[in-house]
Design a protein around this ligand. Structure first.
Ligand code: ZN
Ligand code: ZN
Length: 394
């Protein structure tokens, strides 16, 4: 099949599957599941792939809600990465239902070319983006070893083809004290809540003396069980963000020192455990730019890339340091709408967002088609990957 014919068929496939893809997105949106518990979403998405001829494996990389669908054979291998976890309580306020359906759209549109497809398309279900770094686990398990490029998008309040992202590590901080009657014999107790409060105060003292691009923020998960018992156990979940993984490591050491100091002051002990670190992000501008061109053709014109201001972090960063990867943003909410907000959750379930998700799905599919059909384009994507660095604020 020639390239022009393939392009036409990819567009037709997106149109034909539009209703079904919209239904998948809204179903996931109305069944929010948190990190690594996305059973309903993983079932629905992997089932969709199996129905369209993908060879599907569920539970990859030791995670029950991770999956992979393969179609075609040989190289190149183009992978679409799907996220589908929601946030506790607030639901799909990060719009991962749209990421899932848009990636599904792109993968299935390429597979619709049948045996004529040169190379392979993979659709990889990457669970736990909000907390557990499913992509990092998959990277370690070799899921991306033979992948030539990884493509995904993220909904937001602006359409931009790339932006920087901070590295981040999650620390779990536990203080252990001694329980006692809080009025009858407090002198026999050691207060793990006092240590926790000192820890947060200590971090606020540190905060003034960190780079302005760094962020320190956390919550107390466990603060005691009864007002008349000296708390002997408290736990915080704390995030340390900075421009690079090296910066995060250095800053995390200073945060741990705050915890140790607080424990010493309150006569408690402390344990600090670290989750796998999310890295800074190396966007492939060549590939992301191509997605932008295909979006513009459909009436969604990207704005200038954002390389300033506050930003989040994602485990796509870790993938992007190993293979060419993109994570463009698709505006689905009014400019200024914060991520992780009730307004963003509403937007991610709107009819307009589903329409735009399908356009992004088509743009991702056509960019993937170019990687499979045009060896020079693939080579230019790989060459940029070889010589470029992660994006940082200007
Ligand atoms: Zn997200
Ligand atoms: Zn998020």
């Amino acid at each position: 099949m020639n390239y022009g014919e393939a392009q036409r068929r990819v567009k037709e496939a997106i149109t034909d599957m539009g209703g079904a893809l919209r239904a998948v997105s809204l179903d996931i949106h109305s069944h929010p599941e948190t990190s690594l518990a996305e059973f309903h979403a993983a079932d629905r998405l992997s089932g969709f792939l199996a129905e369209r001829g993908f060879e599907v494996t569920c539970g990859i990389a030791g995670m029950p809600t991770a999956f992979e669908g393969r179609y075609g054979a040989g190289r190149p291998v183009v992978a679409y990465l799907l996220e589908y976890d929601a946030l506790p309580d607030i639901g799909h306020a990060c719009g991962h239902n749209l990421i899932a359906a848009g990636g599904l759209a792109a993968g299935c549109a390429l597979a619709s070319l049948g045996p004529a497809l040169p190379g392979q398309v993979r659709v990889v279900g990457t669970p736990g983006e909000e907390k557990d770094g499913g992509k990092i686990t998959e990277l370690k398990a070799g899921i991306f070893d033979d992948v030539d490029a990884a493509l995904m998008f993220h909904p937001g309040a602006k359409t931009v083809m790339w932006r920087h992202a901070t590295a981040v590590v999650e620390l779990t901080i536990q203080f252990h004290g001694v329980a006692a009657h809080a009025a009858g014999s407090p002198q026999q107790g050691r207060n793990a809540l006092a240590a926790m409060i000192q820890f947060f105060v200590g971090v606020d003292g540190l905060r003034q003396h960190i780079p302005e691009t760094a962020r320190l923020h956390g919550i107390i998960r466990h603060g005691g069980t009864a007002a008349n018992v000296v708390p002997d156990f408290t736990e915080a979940e704390f995030l340390v963000r900075a421009l690079t993984m090296d910066d995060v490591s250095r800053l995390a050491a200073r945060v741990k020192a705050c915890a140790e100091g607080a424990a010493l002051a309150a006569g408690c002990s402390v344990t600090v455990s670290e989750a796998p670190m999310y890295s800074e992000r190396k966007n492939n501008h060549t590939l992301a730019g191509r997605v932008g061109e295909y979006l513009a053709e459909q009436g969604i014109v990207p704005e200038e890339p954002i390389l300033k201001g506050g930003t989040g972090s994602s485990d796509i960063g870790n993938v992007s340091l190993v293979i060419p990867a993109i994570h463009p943003y698709l505006g689905v909410a009014p400019d200024g709408t914060p991520g992780h907000s009730h307004a963003m959750r509403e937007a991610a379930g709107s009819e307009e967002a589903q329409e735009r998700m399908l356009k992004m799905g088509q743009a991702l599919a056509l960019a993937g088609l170019d990687l499979l059909y045009d060896p020079e384009f693939l080579a230019s994507v790989h060459e940029e990957f070889r010589i470029s660095s992660p994006d940082f604020p200007a």
